[in-house]
Design a protein around this ligand. Structure first.
Ligand SMILES: Nc1ncnc2c1ncn2[C@@H]1O[C@H](CSCC[C@H]([NH3+])C(=O)O)[C@@H](O)[C@H]1O
Length: 340
């Protein structure tokens, strides 16, 4: 059974074709902090215009679009947040992920999609970004991306710590570890664990502050560099590569798994966490779309399945290979052990 029913109508194609307009309506609402303005109190278009500083006609157009999308509701002359907008898009609410959508998705991922046609045909020009290394050579881009990513990875980091037993590990190598969300979560669970994060210098500059804020600067350190070309630490009891495979050329993946094996101490664990699609290539939809998104700025990326990653581990000599879902519909974890 596939995930999506085969489409039958022109309308269903239009839904897909025009979906970007809805994305942008949402991002514009976040940009002017509209959902916070509407929190727990219905407002008329004039009141919204006054509180957001928007022209009243433009405010009315945006409010109408967001209501048509179901993000807002209309009662009499007032507009209100839908339950989802109230829970997830109002600043300061417990589950608010508005900043992630504003910064990483609207300001970075959305513009990258305008490169997709050229990335697909292999005709990006030299001004367009074609790798994380190029993208993050700009410290501001590295900062913007890494800060949003950090918040999104703390929870999955805790989930990983429960799925894989690292109680015997003393040292973790977190390759492409970003600002250290996984290392922080794992070091909090495993008191004897220390981590080395291998990531670009611009990312390390942001991450050191996050790690200091957690009081973990004595246990988590950076080795700034490019994981594909610079040396790795000599040994580690565990190696983690989370969202690295989607961001590097597909042809480098077998080498990264072999290098993990060579770095690990006997009995050590290699863990790969990333967007992975089913072997049938029918979905999940968001995993498939995130892989496509990465192709827009990393045209050499490979759309991987968990079987493919498990096969790389087996070929490198790992045993006890296990596959599990991390973020349902989005990411998988594949991990294996270097024999004792
Ligand atoms: N060649 C590379 N060498 C080192 N780091 C890389 C390379 N390519 C991508 N990255 C990093 O991979 C990270 C992907 S974002 C994922 C961050 C973290 N592992 C997490 O799961 O939350 C970014 O921080 C990139 O800078």
């Amino acid at each position: 059974m596939g995930y999506a029913a085969p489409l039958e109508t022109a309308e269903s194609i239009s839904e897909i074709a025009f979906a970007f307009m809805g994305s942008k309506a949402l991002f514009a609402g976040l940009h002017v902090d509209l959902f916070s303005a509407l929190s727990e109190k219905p407002l008329t278009a004039e009141e919204v215009a006054a509180s957001t500083g928007l022209d009243v006609d433009r405010a009315t157009t945006l409010l109408t679009a967001l209501t048509a999308l179901g993000l807002l509701t209309r009662d009499g002359s007032g507009f209100s947040n839908s339950p989802a907008a109230e829970s997830f898009l109002v600043k300061g609410k417990k589950y608010d992920f508005g900043d992630y959508l504003r910064f990483q998705i609207d300001q970075q991922m959305y513009p990258f999609m305008t490169q997709l046609n050229a990335a697909m045909t292999g005709s990006l020009d030299e001004l367009q970004v074609a790798s994380y290394a190029e993208w993050f050579s700009d410290p501001e881009q590295a900062r913007l991306y890494s800060r949003s990513q950090h918040a999104g990875s703390l929870g999955p980091g805790r989930g990983l710590g429960k799925k894989v037993d690292l109680s015997h590990a003393r040292t973790l190598l977190d390759v492409g570890g970003g600002t250290g969300a996984f290392s922080i979560s794992l070091c909090k669970i495993y008191e004897n664990l220390s981590s080395t994060i291998l990531d670009f210098p611009t990312v390390a500059a942001v991450g050191r502050d996050f790690i200091a804020e957690e009081g973990l600067s004595d246990r988590i350190r950076y080795q700034p560099g490019n994981a594909l070309t610079d040396p790795w630490p000599q040994t580690a009891d565990a190696v983690l590569m989370s969202y690295l495979f989607s961001g590097v050329p597909g042809k480098s993946l077998p080498g990264l798994v072999r290098q993990s094996f060579a770095t690990l101490t006997p009995g050590g664990r290699c863990m790969v966490h990333d967007f992975m699609v089913d072997e049938s290539r029918e979905g999940p939809k968001l995993a498939a779309l995130w892989q496509l998104q990465h192709t827009a700025f990393n045209p050499q990326a490979k759309s991987v399945t968990s079987d493919y990653v498990a096969g790389l581990m087996e070929a490198a000599g790992f045993i006890d290979i296990e596959v599990s879902v991390m973020i349902p519909g989005l990411t998988m974890l594949v991990h294996g052990r270097r024999p004792d």
